[in-house]
Design a protein around this ligand. Structure first.
Ligand SMILES: C[S@@+](CC[C@H](N)C(=O)[O-])C[C@H]1O[C@@H](n2cnc3c(N)ncnc32)[C@H](O)[C@@H]1O
Length: 258
């Protein structure tokens, strides 16, 4: 009897902690569409998590965020703060300038051993929004043009990175919230071109707007590319008014718990 219970405990432990990819009985539940009420409640909860987390932060001193409309929502702001605070990446690439950049720039300004590159296609937006930011030498705010591409015969846009990104650069944190891609089938696919050569061994990828079918298609392309390059990864999701996908290497597994 004792042996039976010991085996049962081991079985449960193994089921929980073993890599699901090697499990013969993977979970196959389909996530239910969230109601507006659930989204609002989660958003408020993340606003609370975020505001509590940044209190007394040594590096996020300016705390004026406007998490409305097309800008980052609170689950994204929380997630970005949390991965920077706990993961301490040192080469960050941010796609899409906005509220999120108030966090990333303050991070780079405080941790001067880090580099931050922000890509933004809209020159007017850069000119207006950069007044909110302090851009030190280790921060590169780049006006990257857009280019039209076709994926599976679907027209999409992405940043044209020719002559912009250094091929030797290895990013350990990539935050994907641009360019605007609401109605596209495969939006925001620049990250695919960065795998594997420009992705550090220990990495964090955040994909915003993961509630949208287009971003889910893009996520599947990311998974495919990581698998083809034998890069193991962990995923989890966060949601408030919008949803985010967090993908990390195994050595950043703890980020999925904070
Ligand atoms: C989804 S937004 C997100 C940008 C950023 N990550 C944030 O947290 O706000 C993506 C794009 O929308 C555009 N954008 C964002 N806010 C804008 C505004 N208030 N006015 C005009 N364009 C805006 C920018 O071109 C930006 O790259």
């Amino acid at each position: 009897m004792k042996n039976f219970f010991q085996s049962l405990v081991l079985f449960i432990k193994y089921s929980i902690y073993s890599d699901l990819k090697t499990c013969d009985f993977p979970f196959t539940y389909k996530e239910k569409e969230k109601t507006s009420q659930e989204k609002i409640l989660q958003e408020l909860l993340f606003a609370q998590y975020f505001n509590d987390s940044i209190k007394d932060s040594e590096w996020l001193k300016k705390q004026n965020f406007t998490a409305t409309k097309g800008a980052a929502n609170y689950s994204l702001l929380f997630l970005i703060f949390s991965v920077l605070q706990n993961g301490r990446p040192n080469n960050v690439l941010e796609l899409g300038l906005g509220q999120s950049s108030k966090i990333t720039t303050q991070y780079a300004n405080y941790f001067t051993d880090t580099n931050l590159t922000i890509l933004e296609h809209n020159k007017e937006w850069i000119n207006v929004f950069k007044n909110n930011l302090i851009i030190n030498n280790n921060i590169n705010l780049v006006n990257a043009p857009l280019k039209k591409i076709s994926i599976n015969n679907c027209a999409c846009t992405k940043y044209n990175l020719d002559n912009i990104l250094n091929n030797d650069n290895k990013y350990d944190c990539i935050i994907i919230d641009g360019p605007i891609g609401g109605s596209q089938h495969y939006p925001r696919t620049n990250v695919i071109d960065l795998i594997p050569n420009n992705l550090a061994k220990k990495f964090i990828i955040i994909l915003d707007d993961y509630e949208r079918p287009g971003e889910q298609n893009t996520a599947n392309l990311i998974f495919k590319s990581l698998k083809e390059n034998n890069i193991f990864y962990k995923t989890s999701t966060y949601y408030g008014m919008k949803k985010q996908l967090l993908i990390t290497s195994f050595d950043y597994e703890f980020l999925h718990w904070v």
